[in-house]
Design a protein around this ligand. Structure first.
Ligand SMILES: CC(C)(COP(=O)(O)OP(=O)(O)OC[C@H]1O[C@@H](n2cnc3c(N)ncnc32)[C@H](O)[C@@H]1OP(=O)(O)O)[C@@H](O)C(=O)NCCC(=O)NCCS
Length: 183
């Protein structure tokens, strides 16, 4: 799969081979597979568990790779990975179970925050899903305490539509963006 490009960034889809090498501590193989430089402290225990789960899902259904996780890469020098982002799954897999919607997720590693990267990444994911798959409805689930993420969602035009309780993350506010609204 070719990377999704934005003004300053590349989103490189994490393939089963990449995740496999990462989880097996073959870090240089993982770096070569995805053409990026991994941060020394990633993945942590949480992300390791998350990637193991995604790997199992992709082995069962390889065609859903494009709806999972992307490494956020600065396309210069060593091509450092500065975060990860993507979708919770193909259309229909989202907090409000809307069949025509996809849910976005995103994380930028601490040293790279507050430069507008997350905003740029989410915008690029939305443009890609809209262009390649005609998706017009996007969901984000955000903790009420997560000020940076709430600010990002508002900036992109997401509207608060509800809330739910997540076993792992506690209370989460549900946001929706309909790009046919002209947002
Ligand atoms: C949320 C997150 C992805 C934002 O990444 P980012 O690249 O810093 O985001 P951006 O620079 O595009 O926009 C951040 C905006 O949020 C706001 N913001 C950022 N940090 C903030 C803080 N500590 N307090 C209040 N507002 C904050 C600002 O409006 C900021 O824009 P500004 O720098 O122009 O003022 C990042 O903080 C992160 O990875 N957090 C941990 C994982 C996470 O919470 N993911 C989202 C789950 S829903």
């Amino acid at each position: 799969m070719s990377p999704i490009r934005s003004e300053r960034l590349e989103l490189v889809s994490m393939s089963p081979d990449f995740i496999d090498a990462l989880l097996a501590e073959r870090r240089s193989d993982a770096e070569a597979t995805a053409a990026l430089k991994l941060p020394d402290d990633w993945p942590d225990a949480h992300d390791t568990g998350f990637l193991r789960f995604r790997l199992r899902q992709m082995r069962e259904r390889p065609e859903i790779q494009e709806w999972f996780v992307y490494a956020v890469v600065l396309p210069e020098g060593e091509r450092p990975m500065i975060g990860h982002a993507g979708f919770h799954g193909p259309p229909g897999v989202n907090a409000v179970k809307a069949p025509d919607a996809v849910e976005v997720g995103y994380s930028i590693f601490e040293p790279h925050r507050r430069r507008g990267y997350a905003t740029e990444v989410v915008r690029a994911l939305i443009e890609w899903a809209s262009r390649e798959h005609s998706i017009q409805r996007f969901i984000a689930s955000i903790s009420p305490e997560n000020e940076p993420s709430l600010a990002l969602a508002r900036r992109l035009g997401f509207k608060h539509i509800g809330q739910h309780w997540d076993e792992e993350d506690g209370e989460e506010l549900e946001f929706e963006l309909r790009i046919s609204d002209g947002a």
